[in-house]
Design a protein around this ligand. Structure first.
Ligand code: AMP
Ligand code: ZN
Length: 463
């Protein structure tokens, strides 16, 4: 039974889907006005792990992710220049071109990181009419009111506002810039729909004149459209708890008059040198930049999997170097199992399988599950171990099937006489002296080592 930490209750809960046929899951997607950074990617790796664990447990999933291509405002408050338009002005492209460009790169990054795409990808600009209808419905129910620059949600009408973050309004907004707008009933009321100035490029006709949707309304509208008025899981990064998800809850529950999400699950942040990573601070890296620096995307994935999703993860290049070495050793260790013809007993295999399943089902404890995999690699070499590792890799997504030798790793601690015999064997092979080559191989084997031939030579491993 999967247990998952619900931000709403602040505890681990048994996961019970509404409908056994398919788990319904919504994940806040990227704002596509610039490159997604590796911090963003940590959150999507967490989403992917969650999806993989659900699949491993036998569930089907209907997942939705939005693409914010409208651009939301510069800060979480409702003022400032639209992010998409800022990028558009700086790069001399239309906001639509900007959005398409960065959306494509985002999907390439997902692919590189083995992140499975949610079943439904919903672009905000394709759902403007749905959002207008949603805002109208909130207005009809008395939750929305119109002022000069837009339609706002009336927080005073929703007394449980703040239940997800457990913060008072003042605490939540501390530090956030709140626009002084005398027409708002309450300074913390947020925009459902904004009326556009003529120079605003992205704008659509609405009952309130030309304008564009608020950011939060996107997620409430699209989750309802594809997943229904109540669904199972909503994911996102912890930064979304106080404003974005609080506002989503206010909108959705105001409209439906009931709980709309059963499990709110949030991924912790990635830091850089123990500080905040953000596009605006310009201390971010992209997956492609890491690749250019010699860190394959899968190594970054491995780096992320070594930390639990509810723990902060500090990104450093020392950490990435360690991940690179460790990942390579893992592949190397598994390769030796892959090449073995030996068997492992059912009991031993069953125990590792159970330990693995217990770990992943305990609030997605992937670091512990990786520990199980590592311990398992230390068993006597056997093909069965490799097969079980591949089964586990349905969750890890670490390309373990590509297990190959890490020459550096494998050559460690090999005695000189063995190395010498291996060289002699290679020469014998080159001279097509198969008898000598075979006898040297047997001699090496008798001393407790094996030669693994590969296309660029051979590697010696301890049996
Ligand atoms: P954005 O495109 O800014 O809306 O962010 C996309 C996703 O990345 C959201 O779910 C954020 O919560 C998440 N996110 C942003 N910064 C970080 C970070 N430093 N570490 C982890 N997740 C992040
Ligand atoms: Zn969202």
């Amino acid at each position: 039974m999967l247990r998952i930490y619900n931000t709403l209750s602040r505890q681990k809960e048994d996961f019970k889907p509404i409908d056994e046929k398919a788990v319904r899951m919504y994940s806040c997607g990227p704002t596509v006005y610039s490159f997604a950074h590796i911090g963003n990617m940590r959150t999507y790796i967490f989403m992917d792990i969650f999806r993989r664990v659900l699949k491993y447990d036998g569930y089907k999933i209907k997942g939705v992710m939005n693409i914010t291509d409208v651009g939301h405002l510069l800060s979480d408050s409702d003022s400032g220049e639209d992010k998409m338009e800022k990028a558009s002005r700086e790069q001399q492209k239309t906001p639509w071109e900007i959005a398409e460009f960065y959306t494509n790169i985002f999907f390439e990054d997902l692919k590189k990181l083995n992140i499975s795409r949610p079943e439904i990808i919903a672009k905000a600009t394709d759902h403007i009419d749905d959002m207008i209808k949603y805002v109208q419905a909130l207005e009809e129910k008395g939750y929305g009111y119109e002022i000069d620059d837009g339609i706002y949600f009336d927080i005073a009408k929703f007394p449980s506002y703040g239940k997800l973050s457990r913060l008072s309004l003042e605490d939540q907004q501390a530090g956030a810039r709140v626009e002084v707008n005398n027409q708002k009933h309450n300074p913390y009321d947020f925009a459902l729909w904004k009326k556009a100035e003529p120079e605003h490029i992205m704008q659509w006709p609405s009952p309130w004149g030309m304008g564009y949707p608020g950011w939060h309304i996107e997620c409430s509208t699209m989750s309802k459209k594809y997943l229904g008025s109540t669904f199972d899981i909503h994911t996102g990064g912890v930064d979304h708890i106080p404003v974005h998800h609080e506002n989503e809850i206010a909108q959705s529950e105001a409209l439906e008059g009931k709980k709309t999400v059963n499990y709110w699950v949030h991924g912790e942040f990635m830091l850089v040198n123990n500080g905040k990573m953000s596009k605006s601070l310009r201390n971010t890296y992209t997956v492609s930049q890491l690749e250019d620096m010699g860190y394959p995307a899968v190594v970054f994935r491995y780096f992320c999997l070594n930390a639990h999703y509810r723990k902060k993860l500090n990104f450093t290049f020392e950490g990435m170097d360690a991940a690179k070495v460790s990942y390579s050793r893992l592949l190397s260790a598994l390769y030796q199992h892959k090449m073995s013809q030996e068997k492992t007993s059912e009991e031993v295999l069953a125990k590792y399988k159970k330990d693995f399943e217990d770990a992943i089902n305990d609030d997605l404890n992937i670091p512990l599950a990786l520990g199980v995999l590592w311990t398992m690699t230390k068993e006597k070499k056997s093909k069965d171990i490799f097969e079980l590792a591949l089964e586990m890799d349905k969750v890890f997504g670490l390309n373990l099937k590509d297990a190959k030798l890490d020459v550096l790793d494998a050559q460690e601690d090999i005695p000189e006489d063995i190395k010498k015999m291996a060289e002699e064997r290679l020469n014998a092979k080159k001279n097509k002296d198969w008898a000598t080559a075979d006898s040297l191989r047997n001699e090496i084997k008798a001393k407790g080592y094996s030669i693994l031939d590969s296309k660029d030579g051979y590697t010696i491993v301890k049996d």
